[in-house]
Design a protein around this ligand. Structure first.
Ligand code: NDP
Length: 373
């Protein structure tokens, strides 16, 4: 998961620094241009979380905005020093093709809009970073991958935890055999959903309920922590349909994942309780993260599980960026600059959506669903 090429670049950079400190002029490397991003959708995530992260980036800059709210876009442009000509709306969006300074479009829209705005970006000759969940169906995911492939453009999904130091350290320790043979994975993810009229609670806009939105963190973690792909799922859903929030989408859904090595995965997703946890149990110990995937305060423990507790809190080495978001944005930028595939490409998003579809089917039909290899 760790971006070795970037690490190589950083080592190279520190070598150049050392050379100049010794009085030897470092070879002047050509200044790498910063990749220009356009954020599409200035909402809680695009505006509240992503826009402020560019100041932490080395290879990425915020260059353009796409919004349906001209007053907001103008205000945000002023705040971030974005030229007025680089403000677009959903109608003028396709004309980004005439703006060579936009390299990457970051799609931060409701899920049902991901496919359309990814495909339009690819047709406009732009690389795409698209938020999770990738789309409302695997069919849409496939169309997004095909559009980016045929345009020769990169497609990355906003799985920020692949750039988060505690998650990376947990993966490293699990792979290094520190907790022995992995037997069990558990993750619970949830938050309390609010306004019943929000797009998240409308199936046509969200594609589904808590599983699409927050349970996907448990599912994605089950795959990156074990390093395996599940072969079958079994799911149970519990939703109070008289609650105005849950007329269209599910609240609680619990699913088991069977992995080829025999590891059992147990995931819980909910819209009616706050929870954010990951646990890996091996025959020599355990790794726990809590909170595991939140915006801040992520904590990691490793213990042998014997004699009660004894788990020690671990401070992980620094991640690939100043923050997980900067790591994510700069990873995409470097993939563009160096023509590499993102570590969380469109295919990664598609895998999760295919499993999510099987989880929903299992809950509906109350049976184990085998997954296609
Ligand atoms: P918000 O509702 O806060 O923002 C969505 C934005 O999309 C709106 O502000 C609006 O921007 C634009 N938009 C365009 N059409 C519509 C429409 N019909 N209804 C609502 N909004 C519309 O959502 P979030 O920012 O929370 O979520 C956006 C995406 O980011 C989702 O895919 C979500 O899953 C993902 N996300 C990812 C997180 C992560 O940690 N990786 C965390 C939170 C969300 P404008 O006014 O500029 O047109």
């Amino acid at each position: 998961m760790v971006d070795l090429n970037r690490r190589g670049l950083m080592l190279a950079a520190s070598g150049a620094l050392a050379a100049s400190a010794l009085g030897t002029p470092a070879l002047a490397a050509p200044a790498e241009r910063k990749i220009g991003y356009a954020i599409v959708g200035l909402g809680g995530y695009g505006l509240g979380i992503i826009a402020p992260q560019f100041k932490n980036c080395q290879h990425s800059r915020l260059l353009a905005l796409v919004s349906g709210d001209p007053a907001k876009a103008k205000r945000v442009a002023g705040e971030y020093g974005i030229l007025e000509r680089n403000i677009y709306n959903y109608q003028s969006y396709d004309s980004i093709k005439d703006n060579p300074d936009i390299d990457v479009v970051y799609v931060c829209l409701p899920v049902a809009m991901h496919a359309e705005y990814t495909i339009r970006a690819a047709k406009a000759g732009k690389h795409v970073l698209c938020e999770k969940p990738m789309a409302v169906s695997s069919r849409e995911c496939e169309a997004m991958i095909a559009a980016c492939k045929s345009a020769g453009k990169k497609l990355m999904i906003g799985y920020r935890c692949h750039f988060e130091p505690n998650n990376l350290e947990a993966i490293r320790r699990a792979r290094a055999g520190e907790i022995g043979k992995l037997r069990y994975f558990r993750s619970e993810h949830g938050f309390v959903a609010g306004n019943p009229s929000a797009w998240r609670l409308k199936k046509a806009m969200s594609g589904g309920g808590s599983l699409m939105d927050i349970g996907i963190y448990a599912l994605n973690a089950a795959r990156y922590m074990t390093g395996e792909e599940p072969v079958a799922v079994y799911a149970t859903e519990r939703t109070d349909r008289s609650d105005p929030r849950f007329r269209e989408v599910e609240d609680m859904i619990e699913f088991e994942l069977e992995f080829p090595s025999g590891v059992l995965g147990s995931c819980m997703s909910m819209y009616s309780a706050n929870r954010n946890q990951i646990l890996l149990m091996g025959d020599k110990g355990r790794i726990e993260l809590e909170p595991a995937t939140s915006y801040r305060g992520i904590k990691l423990w490793v213990g042998n599980g014997r004699g009660g507790d004894g788990a020690a809190e671990i401070t992980p080495p620094p991640g690939p960026g100043a923050t997980m978001w900067a790591g994510q944005l700069d990873h995409m930028a470097q993939c563009v600059l160096q023509n590499r595939e993102p570590i969380v490409a469109g295919e990664e998003g598609l895998k999760d959506i295919r499993i999510i579809e099987a989880v929903y089917q299992s809950a509906r039909e109350r049976r184990r669903i085998a997954l296609r290899a």
